[in-house]
Design a protein. Structure first.
Length: 312
């Protein structure tokens, strides 16, 4: 029994005539009659009564046709589902990202992906660069976006491409002495209470800050003190409360609230690049679809991806 036998039986039941059913199927009448007879022999039951008024399903035929209709519908759905999955239109994408990625890259890329792939289940987690790299290597994420290239054991199995560059700025409340300044110097920062990312979660940024402030990694604690904040919104919020001077990427200007001021840090300090990473051996169509949208919206990223994994 093949799918065509089911289609033949359904066409005959619909048209109630061998000639009309054959015409609708695009075949000659004798082959249709032969195939229906062969199907009846295989089932061991008569599916149709041939009468002068037409051809009508028997009780066995009615039972068979009900199942045949559902079977063909399931086969059609299976073909459709397979095609959608192959195109990355269904499935799952697990993305880990640092908060500042929501100010630079993700609004356009993720917004477009959601619009174009509504059937994909998204798992979104804000997390530190260190945690997202570990989760990616453990197979718990499909894509990670963080500051600096992935480090540690297994990092060589990842593809990492730069998706953004930024530099350091300081954010303060309107009442802070720096509020009227367009720039603050690194020497001025040494005497301030700083609001920074946790050293254990963003080691690249923390290491740079330690070098910037001098006197070892505990320099902030020995000068004006330090408060740790896990994302740019918390840094801005604490600065607006007068807790101290927040340090973060220049893209935080997008999220700056009334009552805060953003100052350039002089001399200009480049932060670790914003990097998107994924497993080199991941052949998921959903991941490929996400990367395709990234390529389309970020031409410079497209060139880097082409150098690493080839053309789309």
């Amino acid at each position: 029994m093949e799918a065509r036998h089911l289609r033949y039986a359904l066409a005959l039941a619909e048209h109630q005539h061998f000639g009309r059913a054959a015409a609708a199927l695009g075949i000659a009448q004798p082959p249709l009659s032969q195939q229906i007879a062969a199907l009846e022999r295989e089932l061991g039951a008569r599916l149709f009564d041939r009468t002068a008024r037409g051809v009508f399903p028997t009780a066995a035929g009615e039972a068979f046709l009900a199942r045949a209709h559902r079977a063909l519908a399931e086969m059609s759905a299976a073909v459709s589902d397979a095609g959608r999955a192959a195109r990355g239109e269904t499935g799952r994408l697990r993305l880990g990202f640092i908060g500042s990625a929501l100010l630079e890259l993700l609004p356009s890329v993720l917004g477009r992906f959601i619009h174009d792939h509504p059937g994909v289940r998204l798992g979104l987690q804000e997390m530190s660069t260190r945690r997202s790299t570990a989760a990616l290597l453990a197979g718990e994420l499909d894509v990670a976006i963080g500051r600096g290239a992935p480090r540690g054991a297994g990092a060589e199995d990842l593809v990492a491409v730069t998706v953004g560059r930024d530099h350091l700025v300081a954010v303060v409340g309107a009442a802070h002495p720096f509020a009227g300044q367009r720039k603050v110097s690194t020497d001025q920062l040494k005497g301030q209470h700083l609001i920074v990312a946790p050293a254990d979660e963003e080691p690249v940024v923390a290491g740079w800050l330690a070098g910037l402030l001098g006197e070892g990694a505990d320099a902030p604690a020995r000068t004006g003190g330090v408060t740790e904040a896990r994302d740019v919104h918390t840094i801005i919020g604490l600065a607006s409360c007068g807790v101290g001077v927040g340090l973060g990427p220049a893209c935080l200007r997008v999220a700056a609230r009334p009552g805060t001021r953003v100052c350039e840090v002089s001399p200009r300090v480049e932060l670790p690049e914003l990097v998107m990473s994924f497993r080199a051996q991941d052949r998921s169509p959903v991941l490929a679809a996400f990367l395709d949208i990234t390529r389309e919206l970020c031409p410079e990223v497209s060139e880097r991806l082409e150098r690493r994994i080839g053309p789309r």
